[in-house]
Design a protein around this ligand. Structure first.
Ligand SMILES: *Cc1c(COP(=O)(O)O)cnc(C)c1O
Length: 402
């Protein structure tokens, strides 16, 4: 008889992952998020965080979270459409709409569920969704779940995008189907920027809509950290601005900003919004404070520090002959290729007290494994010097990390 043991079946699959150097496991961190972290009793410099402005453990956000819980409780008690739509959620949404200068905003319990919600509620099987090859998994999953026809263009490849748009126009001409183009603004694993101006012009030429995931741009780029769309003066031409409250903003949750009609439609049809308990009050309260701080003088100072740090880090690496991309935001990939050598490199850095994550398939394509460095405003010049030194040593020890 065929064995039906779940343990056996999954142990087999895990072993396969292990053999391909793709197995993952959780690290139990015993400290708050910050430039340093404590893992298994040892202190590491943390070059893996998306807490780019150092707000996640900022005393004012912690205090705001505490107040949110005191005023509205630890839990929200129900979904937004039942009785969970608390004042604090509405206040956050008003702030977000003002920040992104859109008619309205809607928050979700995560960026992941925001993407799923908006894509499944806007797209139907007769529609076409066109994705940059490198968009985040949440966009891919939302696109798949929507049942729309999916087309992909090579990263930032405008001619391919235009070809897909032309195809989509033909496909949808007869059935009045919609066409949606989706990109990230700052790409999460490469740190480069979307060609948003050109994409906006193309989507207008072909009558498509544009959705931009600003997970890594919000708080970092644009006036007062409004994002790349603002930096390029395009905010008014992008139908759907999406992001997370869990990165530079320092809290947790996701959002969609856009026209009032879009937001009303989402309230009425985004299943990941409708069928989910409202975010906890403390998270919304912390996000309100995070938004306030990042728009103020402190935000400006932190962004300046972050950009100086990135420039300094790249300059140092270049000084030693490394070819690194011009930093556009706070992410710097060092692509090593093989999964095994990337894991090896990450472990080497760990032994020097530096935590830099090894990013592997399926987060990036097979054979494009990389160390993904992210910097925060809290890192010092000495921190970066330690990192550069360790990377150089890494190279010396095995000759060909590059
Ligand atoms: C982190 C991330 C998300 C998801 O946001 P969460 O709030 O963490 O669920 C979406 N898109 C991109 C590009 C991200 O990096």
């Amino acid at each position: 008889m065929k064995s039906n043991s779940i343990q056996e079946a999954l142990a087999h699959d895990l072993k396969e992952q292990e053999e391909k150097h793709l197995r993952r496991s959780l690290r139990r961190i015993d400290s708050p998020q910050g430039r340093e972290m404590v893992w298994e009793g040892k202190r590491y410099l943390n070059f893996s965080s998306n807490d780019y402005l150092g707000l996640a453990n900022h005393p004012e956000l912690v205090q705001s979270a505490r107040q949110g819980a005191e005023e509205f409780g630890a839990g929200s008690g129900a979904s937004r459409l039942i009785s969970g739509s608390l004042k604090i959620h509405h206040e956050l949404e008003e702030q977000l709409a003002a920040f992104k200068m859109t008619g309205a905003a809607l928050t979700f319990s995560s960026g992941y569920s925001a993407a799923i919600g908006v894509l499944t509620s806007l797209l139907r099987p007769r529609d076409v969704v066109i994705l940059d090859k490198k968009v985040h998994a949440c966009v891919v999953d939302g696109a798949r779940l929507s049942g729309a026809k999916i087309r992909v263009f090579r990263h930032n490849h405008l001619e391919q995008l235009e070809r897909q748009l032309r195809w989509a126009c033909e496909k949808t001409a007869a059935n009045r189907g919609r066409i949606l183009v989706v990109t990230e603004s700052v790409f999460s694993m490469d740190g480069d920027l979307a060609l948003l101006e050109e994409m906006a012009a193309l989507k207008e030429q072909y009558g498509a809509w544009l959705m931009v995931d600003e997970a890594h741009g919000t708080g970092i780029l644009g006036r007062q950290g409004r994002g790349l769309a603002d930096h390029l003066g395009l905010a008014g031409r992008i139908e759907i601005q999406m992001g997370t409250l869990g990165k530079a903003i320092g809290s947790s949750g996701g959002y969609i900003c856009g026209d009032k009609v879009l937001i009303n439609w989402l309230i009425n049809s985004a299943r990941s919004f409708i069928f989910s308990t409202a975010p906890v009050p403390s998270a919304s309260a912390a996000a309100i404070k995070g938004l306030e701080l990042l728009q103020g003088n402190m935000g400006e100072t932190k962004r300046q520090k972050l950009f100086n740090g990135m420039a300094n880090l790249c300059r140092e690496l270049e000084r030693y002959g490394w070819k690194v991309p011009r930093p556009k935001a706070a992410i710097l990939p060092i692509v090593l290729g093989s999964e095994e050598s990337t894991l090896h490199a990450a472990r080497k850095l760990q032994s020097r007290g530096l935590f830099v994550p090894a990013i592997r398939y399926p987060t990036v394509p097979r054979g494009e494994a990389r160390l993904r460095l992210s910097l925060t405003a809290e890192h010092t010049e000495e921190d970066c010097a330690r990192l550069v030194e360790a990377i150089l040593e890494l190279e010396a020890s095995n000759g060909r990390v590059r």
